[in-house]
Design a protein around this ligand. Structure first.
Ligand code: F6P
Length: 758
């Protein structure tokens, strides 16, 4: 089998040696002429000195032989002198410039050579090769007897140059080899060291060792953030793999029921949320039941139908009092009751401080990056604490055992887990934070940040939609509380208790094909007819609570720009925005609604004509069946939240499109964008991007729509709300089992006999 790591040394050698050899080769090539010139200069200087000393040695005998014209002796003297292999020839010229005596080797072409002015010697190229020429004047009693010409052979310099070149080449080759080997060795050792270091970090074995202690504790401390990052990454990777592989088979309401029976021994389930799943309102026509516009309710209601149990929530409907029994219970869903709704009553002052004040003017803007400043008032905080205690008391009162499974929903109840834990230490408390968790610095502006984190850490499990929010939470805990965090296991040890912090992306229950539900063709006709639009008119749809986090203004800017760049669609395209009224008692929401309305009027005035309006704003509550009809009737659904935990509307749109048509435009700042990759993902702040996506969606060929939609439908169907709840309950069951084993071990240790060692 191919093992890539086996080839690493070869890759290393090739990667280091080849470039090194090339660089050194080029360097050698460049220095060679320089070395040649040095060698020549050095040899010439050497010959200059030799010529001077030779000339002075020959002068003495020549002073005798020249006046005597003793040719024989001069010849013998010269022939003896040229025995030196480098001295090639000698000649003697009289003062008139006539060559009187010369060795047989003396080149005739030289004649009586005279040195150039200002120089003692010169290099001359002769047919037989380069020679070095020097002359020395022979003087006697102040009278010149003539000049001695010394001719040195330069061929030895060429030989020396060639030798030097060979040595240099050899030297650089050896140097390249040595440097490469050392580099490869160091790289290899460092790589192994680094890898084993990383393995240690990941195994959590990073402790100051003996020699590390010498380097100082700061070194080990410095490495901790890296270790934590790596372990957290590893955790994330493993969790994603687990999620992808998932438990075998499809997750349904029945699977969830079985899980409760088998893994949690049928333990009772208690849900706590602020918003109730069914609101009874008094109307002139009698009492009406309404399902609120809330992703939380959509998801958790499906789970409760499957698990039964009790859901504790604020009774906010005008006829809620009238519909409960003496224990404030009402069986729901009204058509097929399968669980109990327990209503908790709040005074106006409590609702104002806890819900509108601390939860929605403080925590909501704090956790969403939507550029609205959070407001924190002590009076709101007092109500928040009080109401959390009220709901905690309700949980404790509803619990039929000392170890119920309590599913706490959202930011309204950050303190409740700790309160319930104090009364029911064995309870399994799973808290799910449905909105984003900001980074630790942003969260730090909350005056009661420690209390909030402490409250949440009363939970067995704290869940978030995305890894970012989970990580932000862990960073916040790390920053503001004395605790121990295990990033790989994703647990927090605090006050002797362990809390698992996980990511559980929420989803919806995949709809059953309902009897009597209208198909896509019928929905298209019905909706267009209701809106007074012709068949074939293109429709876009947005469904949200009327909230400033939903990016409604940005969405309309994109619609406006799209009509600008695609004028052919003016009169042929309408965007319908369903905006369910929400928190309208707050100034921020009233101002937002006013801005949206003004924007709609402006765009409609600009592009509308006659009965045609490019944007239809429906700021009223719509039932789920009606919303499904809009989803089925539309070409495109826009979800442009500026920041959102998950955004279940995007998944509901996909679930509604059983014709595998329709395009989803999805903000990159939603949790859903991490799962629904086949949507057109946009940055809602970028008007052009939104406009282009809208135009592309409206012009997208049906075959491409089908490809995208099919893939997203598969994902949402598989990763449904039962899997979401199931994963949390499975993790809870595991933790409960572990806690039981640990408590047995403690009991045995405390009361049992010491074991005999065999
Ligand atoms: O999902 C966030 C959330 O605040 C839920 O907690 C809530 O049910 C939903 O949005 C609707 O908000 P509200 O209950 O304040 O109307």
């Amino acid at each position: 089998m191919n093992n890539p790591t086996r080839f690493r040394p070869i890759f290393l050698v090739v990667r280091f040696i080849v470039p090194l050899a090339l660089v050194l080769g080029l360097f050698g090539y460049a220095v060679m002429p320089l070395m040649d010139s040095f060698t020549t200069r050095w040899a010439v200087r050497d010959l200059d000195t030799r010529s001077t000393s030779l000339a002075s040695a020959l002068q003495e005998p020549l002073r005798d032989y020249i006046p005597q014209k003793s040719g024989k002796r001069i010849e013998q003297l010269f022939n003896r002198a040229i025995q030196d292999e480098r001295l090639y020839a000698l000649g003697f010229c009289d003062p008139s410039g006539k060559l009187l005596y010369a060795t047989a080797t003396y080149p005739k072409a030289l004649g009586c050579w005279k040195r150039p002015a200002g120089k003692d010697a010169a290099l001359v190229q002769l047919p037989q090769g380069a020679v070095h020429l020097a002359e020395s004047e022979l003087m006697q009693d102040g009278v010149s007897l003539g000049r001695l010409v010394l001719v040195h052979d330069m061929s030895f310099i060429e030989r020396r140059s060639a030798d030097t070149r060979k040595y240099i080449f050899g030297f650089f080759a050896l140097l390249a080899l040595a440097v490469s080997l050392v580099t490869v060795l160091i790289a290899h050792l460092s790589w192994r060291g680094w890898i084993s270091g990383v393995k240690e970090l990941l195994r959590g074995e990073l402790r100051p060792r003996a020699n590390a202690a010498a380097a100082g504790p700061a070194d080990a401390a410095d490495a901790h953030p890296l270790a934590d990052e790596l372990r957290a990454l590893l955790h994330e990777y493993r969790q994603e793999q687990q999620d992808e592989s998932g438990p075998a088979g499809e997750w349904t309401a029945d699977t969830l029921k079985q899980l409760l029976q088998n893994d949690l021994a049928g333990d009772e389930v208690l849900v706590v949320s602020n918003r109730e799943p069914y609101i009874h309102n008094a109307t002139p026509a009698g009492i009406e039941v309404k399902r609120p516009a809330s992703g939380l309710v959509t998801a958790v209601e499906a789970v409760m139908r499957a698990c039964s149990g009790t859901w504790i929530a604020h009774g906010a409907g005008s006829a809620d009092h009238e519909t409960v029994d003496s224990q404030d219970h009402v069986a729901v869903p009204p058509e097929h009751p399968s669980y109990t709704l327990r209503r908790v009553w709040l005074s106006e002052e409590e609702e104002q401080g806890y819900y509108y004040g601390f939860a929605n003017e403080g925590l909501w803007p704090l956790c969403h990056i939507a550029h609205v400043r959070p407001v924190f008032r002590s009076s709101d905080w007092e109500q928040y604490v009080k109401v959390n205690q009220r709901f905690a008391d309700a949980v404790i009162a509803e619990a039929k055992s000392d170890n119920p499974v309590v599913l706490v929903q959202d930011y309204h109840f950050a303190l409740l887990p700790r309160m319930v834990r104090a009364a029911l230490p064995k309870a399994t408390i799973i808290t799910f934070w449905h909105i984003p968790w900001p980074n630790s610095e942003s969260f730090g502006i909350c005056p009661w940040r420690e209390e909030i984190i402490d409250g949440l850490l009363g939970s067995t499990i704290v869940g978030f939609h995305t890894p970012f929010h989970r990580k932000n939470f862990l960073d916040t805990v790390d920053r503001y509380l004395e605790s121990r965090i295990e990033p790989e296991a994703s647990t927090v040890s605090y006050g002797g208790e362990l809390t698992q912090v996980q990511r559980y992306p929420i989803s919806i229950a995949w709809p059953d094909p309902e009897d009597g539900a209208l198909d896509v063709t019928a929905c298209r006709a019905k909706v267009r007819h209701a809106l007074g639009l012709p068949d074939g008119h293109l429709l876009g749809i947005g469904v949200d609570r009327f909230d400033y986090t939903k990016g409604i203004i940005e969405r309309f800017q994109a619609v406006e720009r799209m009509l600008e760049i695609e004028p052919a669609l003016v009169g042929k395209f309408t965007f319908v925005q369903i905006a369910a009224p929400t928190r309208s008692a707050l100034d921020e929401y009233q101002n937002f609604e006013a801005r949206v309305r003004a924007q709609v009027d402006r765009i409609n005035a600009k592009y509308g004509s006659g009965t045609y309006a490019p944007i239809i704003l429906k700021a009223e509550h719509h039932g789920q069946a009606q919303i499904t009809e809009y989803f089925r009737a539309s070409e495109v659904c826009m979800v442009t939240s500026l920041h959102d935990g998950m955004n279940l509307v995007s998944k509901e749109f996909i679930a509604a499109r059983d014709d595998e048509q329709g395009v989803l435009i999805l903000s990159q700042f939603t949790g859903a964008a991490r799962e629904l990759h086949e949507a057109l993902i946009i940055n809602p702040y970028h008007v052009e991007e939104g406009a282009t996506a809208l135009r592309n969606a409206l012009l997208m060929p049906p075959i491409e729509q089908a490809e995208r939609m099919r893939s997203m439908r598969r994902r949402v169907k598989d990763f449904n709300v039962y899997r979401w709840a199931g994963k949390m309950l499975q993790d809870a069951a595991r933790l409960r089992q572990r806690a039981r084993v640990m408590s047995k071990i403690h009991m045995i240790r405390a009361h049992g006999k010491p074991r005999r060692v065999a």
